[in-house]
Design a protein around this ligand. Sequence first.
Ligand SMILES: N[C@H](CCC[C@H](N)C(=O)O)C(=O)O
Length: 286
Amino acid sequence: MVRMERMNGLGNKILVIDMRGRTDRVTPEAAIRLDAHPDTEFDQIMALYDPREDAPDGWIDILNSDGSMAQACGNGTRCVVDYLTRETDKDRFAFRTIAGALFAERLSDRLISVNMGAPIFDWEKIPLAGPAADTTHVALPEPHEADPALQRFSAASMGNPHAVFFVPRAVDSYDILAFGPRYERHPLFPERANISLAQVTSPSSLSLKTFERGAGLTLACGSAACAAAVSAARTGRTGRKVTVYLPAGALEIDWREDDDHVIMTGPAEHEWSGRVDPKTGEWCQT
Ligand SMILES: N[C@H](CCC[C@H](N)C(=O)O)C(=O)O
């Protein structure tokens, strides 16, 4: 059994599983068993493995609740930092995931910043299934909704694929469950996509709701907040510093001019500690 922390990032349900010192991996079977129990159901598992030369604070595997691997998880990364700050007085961390290097900094007991890297707008790298000259306005081929606001989106990758639909009304006024699953698996998205509704509320703020790839409707999606903020800035809807409002709070996004990197700042919350068998998913609270 290894240490497992039940945490959340603005309500995004995270399990941090500490695999340091081991050579095995958290299995998809364990992930599916953990998600099947109401106390351990999650959006993402952040599995932390031993440091490496190119990852001084550890390698992180990100597992969605459907067992699929993800390249980025902003809310989950903040939870890993919060977990590690209970064993060290370090403030700066360098990880690596399948998408590359990932840097984070603890700003206070409540706030953690994650450098999510530079957004990717090239249709082939997002990826989209076909050419898109302008990824700020991509028309979604049939099957799509009748509402014109749900027929075109801005596409971006934060290491993981995002489709952001800018809508004129409150994001909660749309039934995202009616089209989110179909849009997530639309043929235009060869690696599926995180589907977000964004309502711009000022030149420096927007509200967001996301149907996540591999996890479904979540209370918050950090990488989607980044994708929505850069898409809003690209289309002149906002500046490069945006507050993204979610049901449980806000994320501050800063798309830096100097290095094109996106810095996401927000909280992480610890709920309970436990232990888990990474092979079978058998667990207990401690
Ligand atoms: N479902 C996402 C991964 C988690 C993203 C989200 N929880 C975040 O905080 O960034 C994907 O498969 O691309």
